[in-house]
Write a protein that binds this ligand. Structure first.
Ligand SMILES: [Zn+2]
Length: 135
């Protein structure tokens, strides 16, 4: 297993996830409250004292692996983290996107390659991206 690197947010604390927002690379970047690197995809988390932090999905994964993320109403399981991460990869890949006929999946193409992601997931984690996709 990859060694987990503790940065600004201590592993000893517990955090809950309030929101995940995947916007892709064209939007405003901000700095991750954990590692300080610029991030496009953001997770808002809160510690047990109610303090909120905005971190990138990589740092969210690290906190997950360190077992510092509590199950919350927003993110109930590591599976949901996997879903968010899948949408992040998809949105990052997308150059051209369109929904398929039955509206069940979004298809993206880039340099002749195609990827597909269930619409329900894109809607949940990247609503801004989805609203820009032609039907
Ligand atoms: Zn970070």
């Amino acid at each position: 297993m990859k060694k987990l690197i503790e940065r600004k947010l201590p592993f000893s604390k517990k955090y809950s996830v309030l929101d995940i927002s995947i916007t892709g690379m064209d939007t405003d970047w901000s700095g991750c409250d954990n590692c300080g690197r610029p991030i496009a995809n953001k997770a808002v988390i809160m510690d047990t004292e109610g303090k909120q932090f905005v971190i990138g999905l990589d740092c969210l994964k690290t906190l997950f692996d360190a077992q510092s993320i509590e199950k919350s109403s927003y993110l109930k399981s590591a599976d949901e983290y996997q879903d968010a991460s899948r949408v992040a990869t998809f949105v990052g890949f997308a150059q051209d996107a369109q929904t398929n006929q039955d509206w069940l999946a979004v298809t993206a193409t880039k340099n002749g390659k195609t990827k597909e992601c269930p619409t329900v997931l894109v809607k949940r984690y990247a609503p801004e991206f989805l609203s820009a996709v032609p039907a």
